[in-house]
Design a protein around this ligand. Structure first.
Ligand code: NAD
Length: 370
């Protein structure tokens, strides 16, 4: 008996529709070949929505996102929208979705496929087999804390203030996600803060430790200062499994970890919210990259980041571990066969287009499921 999953697909602007086109073929493949069945709704978002409706995110699309089991997002933005007023900019759509859906947990895996080990700026032995997860708190901390602002002082200087604020509840809910993730991976959490110099860091460490003792004693927990974590990520990244940290440190450390893998076109992400009254966890999945205006319409974009985002959707929204692994294995095999889109091209490999990469992944899925 197939179960119907309600998925809202928002391809967006630039290469968004191109990479999503390949993912839609894979979604259709799952519909035909696997136990999962999707009810798909598609809407415009970002600049495409602005062009048609005069707003980057309509109320209807927001309502659909709130009632979907999961949202699969492409990318938004482009130079033609750069002069728009702030509230009409395409990027407002993703910020509004994150806020309205209450997406407080941002998951950024950094995985190095064997075939791409040379794409990293680090030595192959440091990154080969790397598979870590950076979990960033997304809705609190210094980007939102009050008071914030800028003022002019009587002596003519200007003074600016940002405030780092966390409550026990905010720390506990992100730490809980970290421990639950770790249980399904390598069973290790490293909690990262600066409790040596920040009150919020002390509270962070206390609350993570308390929750660990009360609910997750079997998960291995360590603590690290954020500056040391930045060093360890480039010295020996394989020591980590799940890293959990606040909004600001997570912003920096997730970009640092991403570059261990070498290419923007390969990086998926997920943002998870609280569980709603129907027992559903709101969730949005998107590649880390943007709309890549420089290559739009050239059939050059790498669809793998979007495809791996769909694999995350299968794993985290629907607990379909085997199906997620099917996609990851297919990607691994296609890369091992020497096929590359331009962004991950290496000497001796075969340069292929977006659509040919999609063809190859579908053929590989067929083989694996045979
Ligand atoms: P970008 O990620 O779009 O592109 C950076 C570089 O990486 C470009 O050279 C691009 O060609 C390349 N690239 C990105 N994704 C690729 C892929 N899948 N395959 C091959 N090459 C790829 O970042 P940018 O140039 O700074 O921003 C372009 C636009 O995207 C801006 O309007 C920006 O605001 C927007 N943006 C949107 C999001 C989002 O929708 N979440 C995220 C970042 C940037």
């Amino acid at each position: 008996m197939k179960t119907n999953k309600k998925m809202l697909v928002l391809a967006g602007d630039g290469i968004g529709p191109e990479v999503m086109g390949q993912v839609r073929r894979v979604v259709d493949w799952f519909d035909r070949r696997r136990a999962v069945k999707f009810d798909i709704q598609e809407s415009l978002v970002g600049g495409a929505s602005y062009d048609k409706h005069g707003t980057p995110l309509t109320d209807k699309t927001l309502a659909d996102a709130l009632s979907a089991d999961a949202v699969l997002f492409g990318a938004v933005g482009g130079p033609q929208y750069d002069a728009l007023p702030f509230d009409k900019r395409p990027e407002r759509a993703i910020l509004a979705l994150r806020k309205e859906m209450g997406l407080f947990a941002n998951l950024r895996p950094a995985m190095v496929f064997d075939a791409l080990v040379d794409a990293s700026s680090l030595k192959p032995e440091v990154v080969r087999g790397l598979n870590i997860m950076i979990l960033r708190e997304l809705t609190g901390g210094v980007y939102f804390g009050e008071p914030r602002g800028m003022e002019k002082l009587p002596d003519g200087q200007r003074r600016a203030v940002d405030t780092q604020v966390y409550t026990t509840g905010e720390i506990q809910r992100i730490a809980r996600v970290a421990f639950e993730l770790a249980k399904k991976r390598g069973n290790k959490v490293c909690s990262v803060e600066k409790s040596n110099v920040m009150w919020t860091g002390q509270l962070w460490r206390d609350e993570v430790t308390k929750l660990h003792g009360a609910e997750f004693p079997k998960v291995e927990l360590s603590h690290m200062y954020a500056d040391n974590c930045a060093m360890q990520l480039v010295r020996n990244p394989k020591q980590f499994d799940v890293i959990v940290t606040d909004n600001l440190f997570g912003d920096l450390l997730s970009d640092c970890a991403a570059m261990l893998t070498g290419s923007l076109g390969m990086l998926p992400s997920a943002s998870l919210g609280a569980v709603d009254q129907q027992g559903r966890r709101r969730a949005l999945y998107e590649p880390v990259h943007g709309s890549a205006p420089d290559i739009v319409g050239k059939n050059m974009a790498n669809p793998i980041a979007e495809l791996l985002s769909f694999a995350m959707l299968l794993r985290y929204s629907f607990d379909l571990q085997d199906d997620a692994r099917l996609i990851e294995n297919a990607v691994e095999k296609v890369l091992a066969s020497g096929m590359r889109t331009a962004d991950i091209m290496s000497p001796g490999a075969a340069k292929v287009s977006t659509v040919v990469m999609g063809d190859a992944i579908l053929r590989e899925l067929d083989k694996q499921a045979a």
